[in-house]
Design a protein around this ligand. Structure first.
Ligand SMILES: [Cu+2]
Length: 141
């Protein structure tokens, strides 16, 4: 009886541990985004061609929120947006809500920080995990 209840206790512990570990594993956004072009530290003359990459998430046009999908944004001279925060639309926040993965930026000469930010169908940021920041220099022609 003693042994049996000890085993019972052990099994209970294991089950508890399993449940705790299982629940603790929060569903986090998987995948990553990255600039295929330009490379970090690149010096560019003229318009800046940008190619945006994503792994582990699917690109879908804006409008509908579907798990595991979203669209790209380029934030000029800014860092990533915290998770859930809506990305505004203006000159320094570019949305690729049609699902585009390429663009050409006309930037005056200077140093720039470009942040690629993935966000859901309502433009709500997926946070730092799905962002990527590079620094480039646009040279005078
Ligand atoms: Cu957007």
């Amino acid at each position: 009886m003693r042994t049996a209840s000890r085993i019972h206790f052990l099994v209970l512990c294991m089950v508890t541990l399993f449940v705790v570990v299982g629940c603790g594993k929060k569903e986090t956004t998987k995948g990553k985004v990255f600039f295929v072009e330009p490379k970090d530290g690149a010096e560019i003359k003229g318009p800046v061609k940008v190619v945006m990459g994503v792994e582990g998430m699917k690109i879908q046009p804006a409008g509908e929120v579907v798990e595991g999908t979203g669209h790209h944004h380029i934030l000029i001279n800014q860092d990533f947006f915290p998770p859930g925060q809506i990305i505004p639309t203006d000159e320094t926040h570019k949305h690729y809500g049609k699902g585009q993965t390429e663009d050409v930026l006309n930037l005056p000469p200077g140093n720039y920080k470009l942040t690629l930010q993935f966000a859901d169908g309502l433009h709500r940021s997926y946070g730092k995990d799905l962002s990527s920041t590079i620094n480039i220099k646009v040279a005078s022609q």
